[in-house]
Design a protein around this ligand. Structure first.
Ligand code: 8YV
Length: 307
């Protein structure tokens, strides 16, 4: 059987399908002979394919990604070499948007703290402090792509004013800010759902957090790299902003103790697309792309490069 490379632990359905047709190898176990034959990498939003790995794979033709983020992949090199990137866009949009809203409500209404209080029996000794109102807040969406639009729709139903920052103004019924710091100053709720790249690393920096202000909260369902995590910890410690709800982290699964030990955070382990229903659909797409590749047919969800 020909070799196929996996750079993450695979979804079980994808793994089972791949095992029927390929010998699955990893960057650590791959021999030079296998590297020369590999045409496909099976990956996910968490997978890494830097130039150093791509350089070892002279015959690579496709990276089949269970996810929508490809910030771990050297996309410029893929484009230059004509390596196709296949994503699972669309099917996870609702789940990610749902989690963003869930995180926001959890943080503002102190749901995890309340849960701990009841579970531990400590409610008999003390009460939970008051939370903050969710409806009617001013939400700033950072990145108005498919996921950003789905979040906006949901927050609209909470009577929130919706504004957004994006490199380009979109045809959308929300106020546009070309300047992220100005958006943060206008809003009390900043939700990060932009695609990460080398260009927008640490987009949410100390200046943006200061503009968001002492009543402000930050939600991140995109990538940890979009936030200056050290600046965020400092802002949370010093009351520069009120709180943060995060599903993604700069060096996940490692989350710094300084962040974990804060009282004004809600933290989840990168679960935005992690539902049975959605992961099944994502796996189906990854398998369909691999099958099409094996059949020499056009790849159903190959990324179309934009100029
Ligand atoms: C997944 C993601 O957690 O789509 C993405 O980019 O980060 C998530 O959907 C991941 O791809 C599965 O490990």
């Amino acid at each position: 059987m020909p070799p196929i490379l996996k750079n993450v632990s695979l979804n079980p359905a994808v793994e089972a399908f791949a095992q029927q047709h390929f010998e699955i190898v990893t960057p650590e176990t791959m021999t030079a002979e296998q590297a020369a034959q590999i045409e496909v990498i099976l990956s996910s939003g968490k997978g890494k394919a830097p130039k150093a790995l791509l350089d070892r794979l002279p015959n690579l033709k496709m990276i089949d990604i269970l996810g929508v983020g490809f910030d771990g992949v050297d996309a410029a090199e893929c484009r230059r070499r004509g390596i196709q990137l296949c994503l699972t866009s669309g099917v996870l949009t609702a789940d990610v948007a749902d989690l963003a809203v869930g995180l926001l409500i959890s943080l503002l209404r102190r749901i995890p703290e309340g849960f701990d209080l009841v579970k531990s029996g400590a409610w008999e000794q003390r009460k939970l402090g008051l939370g903050h109102k969710v409806s009617g807040r001013r939400a700033g969406i950072v990145g108005l792509g498919q996921i950003g639009q789905a979040i906006a729709l949901r927050l609209n139903a909470f009577g929130m004013e919706i504004c957004y920052y994006d490199p380009h103004e979109k045809d959308a019924p929300y106020r546009y800010f070309a300047d992220l710091t100005e958006l943060a100053a206008h809003c009390d709720t900043l939700i990060v759902c932009a695609a990460a790249s080398a260009q927008n690393a640490k987009l949410i920096n100390a200046q943006v957090l200061k503009a968001l202000g002492a009543e402000g909260v930050l939600v991140n369902v995109a990538r940890g790299s979009l936030i200056d995590e050290a600046a965020l910890v400092q802002a949370l410690q010093q009351g520069v902003i009120a709180g943060a709800a995060l599903d993604v982290f700069a060096a996940e699964p490692h989350v710094p103790e300084s962040l974990r030990s804060l009282p004004n955070v809600v933290l989840t382990p990168h679960i935005a697309s992690a539902t049975v229903e959605t992961r099944r659909k994502m796996a189906d797409i990854v398998i369909a792309n691999l099958q099409a590749f094996m059949d020499g047919k056009p790849l159903p969800t190959a990324l179309k490069w934009r100029d």
